[in-house]
Design a binder for this molecule. Structure first.
Ligand code: GRF
Length: 201
């Protein structure tokens, strides 16, 4: 069973879709969410973890150096014997100590079709506002490997949605979130299968 750590900062709807797919969906008998780590003590995602009896940590980064903060996360990941790290709405970059140890084992989801509409400052509603402003006819979500930069790692899966002429950023956000919930578990499965085959070869 592959052990997942899900890193969150907010509502955790992607966390929920990952949990659901480990219970009754495409990740059943393949993966389990072993720990949830939140950078925000008020994140509703923490409640979701509690509801499912999943080990959870809220690490407030105020008054803490980034290295020290990530060292704590690193220790949790090691203690929980984590195989894959899934960033799902996690609002911080991970530092080298984690990125180097978990190469090709850290996934992130971005609410646009990278490489478009990515990079620093492109998060949350800013992404969907930019998509509408650019009059894009399609948007979507991207699951990619995370590295030490923002939104630049190798793409694993993308899901597409149509953007209507009169769609507001809120409408686009809603459509994209729906597709996120579908592709994140698919991307996790793909990475697990890839790693398994690599071991067999
Ligand atoms: C998602 O749109 C994700 O793409 C972005 O942050 C949002 C998280 O939503 N990185 P949730 O916390 O999973 O509901």
């Amino acid at each position: 069973m592959n052990k997942l750590a899900v890193l969150i900062s907010g509502g955790g709807s992607n966390l929920q879709s990952i949990i659901d797919s480990t219970k009754t969906g495409i990740l059943k008998d393949i993966a389990e969410v072993a720990v949830v780590i939140s950078s925000n003590p008020d994140a509703f995602g923490l409640q979701r973890a509690k509801n499912e009896n999943i080990k959870n940590f809220s690490l407030d980064y105020k008054n803490m150096q980034r290295e020290e903060y990530d060292r704590r996360i690193f220790n949790i990941l090691k203690n929980c014997k984590i195989d894959l790290i899934c960033m799902a709405g996690y609002m911080k970059k991970l530092s080298d100590i984690i990125v180097n140890e978990y190469k090709k084992k850290i996934l992130n989801i971005h609410p646009a079709l990278l490489p478009k509409f990515g990079g620093k400052g492109m998060y949350g509603h800013f992404v969907h506002e930019a998509v509408v402003k650019a009059k894009e006819q399609k948007s979507g979500a991207t699951v990619h490997f995370a590295d030490e930069n923002y939104d630049t790692g190798e793409i694993i899966i993308q899901g597409y949605v149509d953007v209507g002429e009169n769609d507001t950023p809120e409408i686009v956000a809603e459509k994209v979130l729906k597709i996120e919930h579908k592709i994140y578990p698919e991307a996790i499965k793909k990475v697990i299968e890839y790693n398994k085959n690599k071991l067999i070869i």
